[in-house]
Design a protein around this ligand. Sequence first.
Ligand code: SF4
Length: 503
Amino acid sequence: MPKRDKYWLKSYISRICEQIEEYRGKPPNYIEVQGLIQRFVKNNPDADPESIDWVSHYDPKLEYSEILQRFKEAYPQYKWEKEEVREKQYDEERYFNELLDYLRKQAEELPRELRLRLVRELSAELGLPAVEAKKLEEAIEAEVEKPPERPRKKVVVDLMLIAKYPPLPEAKNIAQAFSFDELDEKVYERACERVLEAAERGIVSAKLDDPLTEFLSYPTATGIVAWIYDRWLASRYALAEARRIEKLLMVDEPEVLEFVAKKCLKTVEYVPGSEDPEIKSSAKYGDYRIQLKEYIRTTTEARLNTDPRWKLINRVVRRGFIYLSPAELARIVRAYVQMILKNTVLRTAANRRVIPPKIRDAAEKIRPRLGEVVSRLRKEITTIPADMPPCMKLIQERILRSEDVSHFENFAIATYLLNTGRGIEDVLKLFSHRSDYDERIARYQVEHIAGLRGGRTKYRPPSCSKMKTLGLCVENGKHCPRWIKNPLDYRPPKKVGNPSYIT
Ligand code: SF4
């Protein structure tokens, strides 16, 4: 037998996958095929893998254990069990801890708040025990020297502030002093750019070199979107502008955050732990607080309450107040701005006659380009395979639309795709639609999930019961077989009489 090194094995596995694809008409699960062949090679170092007919015995409709059983029966002369290939079951906590270690190292230059936010989000989503989550938070806090206390600053409403946060009521008064027909051409250019950025990337950039243009381009862009009168674009634009504001708030002074947040949350207060001995013990949970009643109302209105991290059970509540970190407060502001802006666009669209002619012309100029973006997105959405379980289809659609998708949903879709024959590049291509996409981090996460890094664990998608607990199961599994335990078990119902699919 010729020498078989790891490079040969890798190309051999790829070749077998191609042959299976040709034979079955669809690509096999690469990780499964790799697992089978590696298992064979490890257990039978002197045997030639080419003596096995991988192609006709591999059946993608079967579970991995059933496929393995087939090979055992077809080739009883070989060992299949002695040295198990390491293949662990889904283990959220382990994934979380390993990922967190990596992120902690990679993100050392990130502001402390961002790191803490990540820890909290993942803890809540993955149901990490509160004690463990606290330990992690404390570890991050201990790494960073606390900045010296400084006197409170007074917020001045100037051109820069309204350029950053144009939905402020103060900005509206200033904008009324300008006539749209007299605005400089560069305001229209920037406004068109805002709309295109929103449609293409799901986030609007902040160009603050020329604050007046930046500020005036906001109501102009809002008018353009209203004139185009498309619900999808209205939602997308509202989301993209709200994300821009959230990003700016995250790096602005705490007093500015408090000032802006007060426009949507009446009871918000800046209470840094060091100033209030009452809350010293819970200071690490956030330097802001709002009344419980308002918290519940706002998170419900902004539809944040479907995300586990906003549920009361995961919050610090003290004497009728909820404590929030700056990042969390900025997130609430974002949800609020998004909701208000979308309503404004739709209201203006319903009364389009009031939109000035220059705005209409600008809108018509970019309409063809917007049409291209929309049809590209629609095309991508319609290429989602029909045999995917409804929960995974929904996550994929939401990523393609650059909507908010939690870490847990990202994890679920990545594990699902990797376990059903898609490669790392396919998953990265999907993730590139996220507005916060960072190729370096995403690649690490996906390779980690595929078992190529960290603890070398091969992850499986979360079980259906876990998906249900997190509200990610579609209509409580109504469209899936009753016996289903994991999204990987899903098979699309046959059109005519299939007794095993009871809906
Ligand atoms: S039952 Fe399972 S596969 Fe079906 S939608 Fe719910 S979580 Fe997804």
